[in-house]
Design a protein around this ligand. Structure first.
Ligand SMILES: Nc1nc2c(ncn2[C@@H]2O[C@H](COP(=O)(O)OP(=O)(O)OP(=O)(O)O)[C@@H](O)[C@H]2O)c(=O)[nH]1
Ligand SMILES: [Mg+2]
Length: 86
């Protein structure tokens, strides 16, 4: 059992808190952060591409107004070179 969890960690998302618990049990966990930008002509399929990458089933889209910011957690394979899960 983990005790004395810092207060700020209790405000993290469930996914991040699960990572914290795993890292406490395993001793460490690697987490990588990356950012990407999708740019293209109107109606080229940018939003659909992002939805596919995130594994969303509903690919219906409305025209995007301005920009959209998405965030997502991907699982990597064991040697941490390839995305295996969404
Ligand atoms: N045939 C085909 N249609 C696609 C593909 N990707 C997207 N579409 C369709 O193209 C249309 C526009 O897709 P969006 O993903 O909304 O395109 P977008 O670039 O985000 O559009 P804006 O936000 O308006 O600039 C939608 O009707 C999609 O269903 C594709 O790979 N093949
Ligand atoms: Mg769009």
């Amino acid at each position: 059992m983990i005790v004395n969890i810092p207060q700020e960690i209790l405000y993290w998302s469930l996914v991040d808190r699960e990572k914290f618990v795993k890292s406490m049990k395993d001793g460490n966990i690697f987490a990588y952060n990356a950012r990407g930008m999708v740019i293209g002509c109107a109606r080229a399929g940018k939003t659909t591409l992002v939805k596919k990458l995130k594994g969303e089933k509903d690919l219906k889209t409305d025209s995007t107004s301005g920009i959209e910011i998405h965030s997502h957690v991907f699982k990597l394979n064991q040697n941490e070179t390839t995305i295996i899960g969404k």
